[in-house]
Design a protein around this ligand. Structure first.
Ligand code: PEP
Ligand code: MG
Length: 911
């Protein structure tokens, strides 16, 4: 048998071997450095060690077999290409070692510059670097070399050997004050030589060893440190917050050093190919002469706007602009870049498709279409519903007066100003007086729920995007900033301190749940222009507003593309009218229960508790005209569009006085010797009807089957309202929906009665009334084939389907313990927010398939909260529903996502 040759896994790629599509393997930075190399742009030569090498290292605690040899081979070829050897005492090749994961994790992982310097090569570097223009140094450039060496010891010490960074900074400050300066450029070669000695002592003190002099050892240790930085606490935390998988690992880039600190004709900078905040075209960037990359980020010296480079070095500036235009054209998107100029020679150190605000995402997508770089499908793909939703929140109107005092995590978007309170009870008290309050806590827990409900916004000094405060606030649609750790909260003393200032209970603060910024005082709030556009008060054709025009254009395209119709959940005329302006194509859920509250409560109580003969009929007769008027108003607002009216659903106890309160009142009255016969009867009835689990009790269709005449009255009111509206010249398209059906027999019973009433009412009016059901009980989903025989449509009630599918009480669990489930990764997002595709989604899929098999043409929709959730909309598109229905405010989001779903599944569906 022939000996099997084992093929060694490839762990190292030269920049010329990769490309931008290899991000999984080479990380974002490595893949893009390779892409730029292949475009012929000036990238310092180098190679990338793959994420697979990192994964292997992290799994076993040692470098995988073959890695060391491959690094050696690539280093040798780099040395050949550059005509220098790593750390050569005469003319050293120096390299930087940079992390680069698939997803950018800014500042989370490590970089070491100037690897290859030691006590000998620093002298060689000084000689080779001599003769800088502007600071000609006949004998060499000592200052530069020793500055580079001290930077190596500092970065290497801090990142590779965990020497506390402050000690180096203190030594640097000491050297500067000894020289009587605050600018590190004033330190000369001798000062820096002294600083290197001081740094070495610090290194020895903390590590118990001398600073390593072997260049290859420096390189290997730096690579290892980058691998390990993947699991550093801050990186783990960041990944959890950003939902970046933990097992990706980082790549490591080993790049030939180029120097921005060689003199005034050198420098370093960062730039965007257009404004990442507004999307406006132009050059946006910062430049710092005579500096290395980390100086820009560290803010040690003030940068100048990139435009000033034109005066300093026109050749490099023009070349940079040319490269930026080329990158945009190549990536067909906004790019951000890092560059260095070494004595008038431009080098590209990084590029990537740049992050941007929600507004910039729309504006840039529109511009790129105009420039012919992308088509409208691609523009639609590049924006998303979460960004659109962000643009629909009110924003702070900020000018220079307002500087943030702290920045936490934007945990739940929106803008809120209010009086600071530190306890839930105080929040409730002040809110009851009509005040806007901001509840400030270290972190929240379920006991804070009432305060959170009462508050305008929530601010915590601890916790991330999945903390209790964040999850609950998002669920409530309330502004929340979490984890603002510069704030020191002292609840017993009722104050917090931040940036040297004390904020007491009663003071006013403003929080921005999108940016995470916290301001002292009241910041004025600006309404959203995008909402004004949707409302019809801004005409995109006639205003000069790039954002509104871009939103209009992309929304129009989404509408042309989407297959799903978008309806709204609305149960008042006003909501229906607003939703229609937002683009709703009908009502998918009109909940009728609120129509039984307020001054109608007493009628309902009589209806439920009816004791005397005829009492129930009387109550129903009184309710009929009221209901008819309710429906007439809704048909009017939705003239010509379908309106799904759901028969009454909620548990009975919601219409009766609370049991405990009633019992206390009766006891007190008895004590006083008052006549309480009536109250006693009421109490007995309420006791009789009391349920331990009302959400699983007498509600929905069960109520209709138990209380004679209730559904009949509603059906009659709907049919009569439709006929009145039709006779008046309108077009009513009523769809009567039965809630909480679990068995076809329930629906058949309701249907038989309803059909009789409808036939009697509609006569020859031409009104057609459909009868269908919600699918919100798991049994209904599993017997959908049978249920479809009695239903003209299904509407998935994914709120109840999630509640009953998971066995999670929808009113309690999100605030009670979801934060823990999110922390443990049991799910990445609440299943009440985004559809659980595998479980609840499977029930939807089964019901859709089996329902349609039994009744081809069965109309399918969804009216649970998921109907307006971006991810879920894609799922409902895939499953083949006809429409989604969501709250008015989310209608535009659903329209956009329904269009994106078509583009992303590669479909050419259009309506
Ligand atoms: C549902 O359960 O998804 C639904 C829409 O009904 P409700 O939220 O009123 O129970
Ligand atoms: Mg329901």
């Amino acid at each position: 048998m022939a000996a099997q040759e084992t093929v060694e896994q490839k762990y190292v790629y030269d920049f010329s071997e990769g490309n931008k599509d290899l991000k999984d393997l080479l990380g974002g930075k490595g893949a893009n450095l390779a892409e730029m190399t292949n475009l012929g742009l000036p990238v310092p030569p180098g190679f990338t060690i793959t994420t697979e090498a990192c994964q292997a290292y992290l799994a076993t605690g040692r470098e995988p077999d073959g890695l060391a040899g491959q690094i050696e081979a690539h280093l040798e070829s780099l040395e050949r290409a550059m005509g220098k050897r790593l750390g050569d005492p005469q003319d050293p090749l120096l390299v930087s070692v940079r992390s680069g994961a698939k997803f950018s994790m800014p500042g989370m992982m490590e970089t070491v510059l100037n690897v290859g310097l030691n006590d000998q090569s620093v002298e060689g570097l000084a000689r080779q670097a001599g003769g800088s223009t502007g600071q000609a140094a006949p004998g060499g450039n000592d200052r530069f070399a020793w500055d580079s060496y001290r930077r190596l010891i500092q970065m290497f010490g801090k990142t590779v050997c965990e020497v506390p960074g402050e000690e180096f900074e203190q030594a640097l400050d000491k050297a500067k004050s000894a020289k009587g300066t605050t600018n590190d450029l004033d330190l000369d070669a001798d000062d820096l030589r002294g600083l290197v000695d001081a740094y070495k002592k610090i290194f020895l003190k903390h590590t118990g060893r001398e600073f390593p002099q072997q260049p290859r050892e420096q390189l290997d240790l730096a690579i290892r440190a980058v691998f390990e930085s993947w699991n550093a606490e801050r990186a783990v935390l960041y990944r959890r917050q950003e939902r970046i998988p933990a097992d990706l690992g980082t790549a490591v880039n080993v790049v030939t050093m180029v120097f921005g600190n060689l003199g005034p004709d050198s420098g370093t900078g960062v730039a965007f190919t257009r404004d990442p905040a507004s999307g406006a075209q132009g050059i946006y960037g910062d430049y710092l002469a005579n500096a290395q990359g980390e100086d820009v980020v560290a803010g040690i010296r003030n940068t100048v706007p990139l435009q000033e480079l034109e005066q300093l070095d026109k050749t490099s500036y023009d070349e940079l602009l040319g490269i930026m235009a080329r990158l945009e054209e190549h990536y067909r998107d906004l790019c951000d870049i890092e560059f260095t100029i070494e004595r008038g020679k431009l080098w590209m150190l990084q590029t990537r498709v740049g992050k941007r605000t929600a507004a910039a995402a729309f504006v840039i997508a529109g511009q790129l279409v105009d420039e012919g770089l992308i088509d409208l499908d691609e523009a639609l793909h590049r924006v998303n519903g979460a960004q659109l939703a962000q643009l629909m929140f009110p924003r702070f109107q900020l000018d220079h007066e307002f500087q943030p005092v702290a920045k936490g995590i934007g945990a739940s978007p929106g803008a809120a100003s209010g009086t600071v309170v530190f306890t839930s009870a105080r929040a409730v008290e002040l809110a009851a007086e009509g005040k806007s309050v901001i509840l400030v806590r270290r972190e929240t827990n379920p006991d804070d729920l009432n305060g959170m409900i009462a508050a305008k916004g929530i601010l915590t000094s601890r916790g991330g995007k999945t903390s209790h405060a964040a999850v609950v606030a998002r669920g409530m649609g309330k502004t929340c900033v979490s984890g603002a750790d510069e704030i020191d909260v002292n609840v017993p003393a009722k104050r917090f301190t931040v940036a040297g200032q004390t904020v007491n209970e009663g003071d006013v603060v403003s929080i921005d749940g999108t940016t995470g910024k916290v301001y002292l005082g009241e910041v004025p709030v600006m309404p959203s222009e995008v909402v004004q556009y949707f409302e019809g008060s801004l005409d995109p054709e006639h205003i000069d507003n790039a954002l509104v025009r871009a939103v209009h254009r992309i929304m129009t395209h989404a509408d042309g593309k989407r297959r799903l119709a978008v309806r709204t959940n609305a149960d008042t005329g006003a909501d229906a009218a607003r939703a229609r302006r937002f683009g709703a194509e009908g009502i998918g859920l009109c909940r009728t229960e609120h129509m039984f509250l307020g001054d109608r409560r007493e009628l309902v109580e009589r209806l439920i508790l009816a004791r005397a003969p005829g009492e129930r009929e009387e109550a129903l007769a009184a309710l009929l005209p009221l209901q008819r008027a309710d429906f007439e108003q809704i048909f009017r607002e939705m003239d010509g569009l379908p309106v799904t009216v759901r028969l009454i659903d909620p548990p009975l106890h919601e219409f009766l006085p609370p049991l405990e309160q009633l019992a206390v009142n009766v006891a007190v009255a008895q004590e006083r010797g008052e006549d309480v016969a009536k109250e006693e009867a009421l109490l007995a009835a309420v006791r009789r009807m009391h349920e331990e689990n009302p959400m699983l009790g007498l509600r929905g269709v069960r109520l209709g089957l138990v209380i004679p005449g209730l559904f009949a009255m509603q059906v009659r009111a709907i049919a009569e309202a439709a006929v009145i509206f039709a006779r008046g010249g309108g077009v009513a398209k009523p769809e009567i929906m039965v809630p909480l059906v679990g068995a076809v027999q329930e629906l058949e019973t309701v249907r038989a009665e309803a059909e009789k009433i409808i036939a009697e009412v509609v006569g020859d009016s031409g009104v057609e009334v459909l009868i269908g059901t919600m699918i919100e009980v798991p049994r209904a989903a599993l017997t959908a084939g049978q249920i479809a025989e009695a239903a003209e449509f299904f509407s998935f009630g994914t709120n109840d389907l999630t509640q009953m599918g998971w066995g999670f009480s929808r009113d309690d669990v999100e605030g009670a313990f979801f934060w823990r489930y999110l922390e443990l990764g049991i799910f990445g997002i609440s299943p009440f927010e985004s559809i659980d595709r595998d479980g609840v989604g499977r029930l939807v899929r089964i019901a859709a398939e089996e329902g349609r098999a039994a009744r081809p043409g069965l109309k399918l929709g969804v009216c649970g909260e998921h109907g307006g959730d971006p991810d879920s909309v894609h799922f409902f598109h895939e499953v083949g529903l006809d429409y989604v229905s969501c709250s008015p405010f989310r209608v535009p989001v659903a329209r956009l996502e329904a269009g994106r779903a078509v583009v992303e599944t590669g479909g050419s569906d259009s309506r």
